[in-house]
Design a protein around this ligand. Sequence first.
Ligand code: GTP
Ligand code: MG
Length: 254
Amino acid sequence: MASYNMMVKDVIKKADVLLEVVDARFPEETRNSDVERLVKRSGKPLIIVLNKCDLVSKEQLEKSKSKLSKVAPAVFVSVKERFGTTILRHKILEVADKRGKNILVGSLGYPNTGKSSVINGVSGKAKASTSSISGHTKGVQLVNAGSKIMFIDTPGVIPFGDNDEYIQGMLGVKDSTHLGDPIGVAMKIIEKFCAENKTGLEEFYNVKIGDEMSDEILEMIGLQCNFLKKKGEIDEERAAVRIINDWQKGILLM
Ligand SMILES: Nc1nc2c(ncn2[C@@H]2O[C@H](COP(=O)(O)OP(=O)(O)OP(=O)(O)O)[C@@H](O)[C@H]2O)c(=O)[nH]1
Ligand SMILES: [Mg+2]
């Protein structure tokens, strides 16, 4: 915790511009108020980068944009689909306002949100190492992105609270085999879909959702997938694992 704070403070101190990289599928949950407060206090410009936009509907993105633009300029990026990285480069140059001088850009955020990928996207080259396994970037690294922009890539070391297993599941920080309560995490994913894109969930699992609670929806999905135990009971755990895996693989889309 102490080293995390020191790293974040040090990056903020050195950088001219800070990026907070969040997962576009759930920007509110992957924003970090401590990081935002420290950047605000430093008086340095912050850009919120909503990465993995390819996994979210246009409507969802518009909703997030109107919310986030009250906090800081928000830029939508999909490194996978090579979308938004040029806009981000321009935004960095605009907010840094350093005309012709070198710009140091700190990239902060939770593990696996795509901090290193975003840096590569803006650089146009795979200079920062990335991985689907979270916790990949180990120490702070400098990456030259050309045109006077230099990035500081950081490990996603924002500490998780005791109740953040849901966020860890959603971010893919822990896969379904490492989650203590996969059913709880799957129910949270179901709740989020019911609030924001019920049809997406219905179509993906071929179920019709009325006013059922999330545990009942989990059972419906288990039944539809034919996940049954020996005595014919629905195997909720197997259904939960399936939902978490589909979400983490990016095939169940918000
Ligand atoms: N679908 C999709 N996946 C992406 C995108 N950007 C990154 N990813 C994937 O997300 C995973 C994590 O990417 P990284 O760039 O290593 O993330 P990071 O935030 O640097 O991770 P740590 O260094 O572990 O904190 C990789 O499997 C990437 O391929 C994107 O725009 N869309
Ligand atoms: Mg990284």
